[in-house]
Design a protein. Sequence first.
Length: 188
Amino acid sequence: MRVYKSSHKFALICFLVSVFCLPVAHASNDWLHVKSMRLNADSEKLQFLAELDFSLSDTARDALRSGIVLYWDLKVSVAAARLIAIFNRPIYSYSVRYSLRYNTLFNDYRVRNEKDMSFRRFSSLIDAADYLGVIKYDFIALPVASEECIIADLNVTFDRESLPIPLRPIAYFDEGWNLSTNARLACE
């Protein structure tokens, strides 16, 4: 009977220590956030422009320099707004996956578009981040009446599941791996 009481006390102490003493993981967009978003409509095309403040934490930089490839999924959705948001009429959706890797042999960074397998090389991480931070898409043949209100959603999601298995649990609880953001451009 005495062992039963002491195990409950031990469990209670462990719970209290974990609640009050360990750091709490919370979502913040300190490393990646949207600076500006704009939607330009023409009679024949719609142009989506976004600028991100794209920076990597020290943890992500160290992993990148150690040869770990980082992946982001980018999705842009354009819809005609309705009175009730769940009835918004989708007009166009575009998604692409980007990877960022450090090449030790050439001492450069590569940003690769995983959809069309094209890549660009950069001599510094700042240049690669600037390239990843500019999003520009032209949507052709816009089926929208001029009086309709158009909204755009941007989702940039860091793929933690593509990290090596020993690093994944750390990536879910460390704020340095919160490299995702989303934003909505409401109609005026």
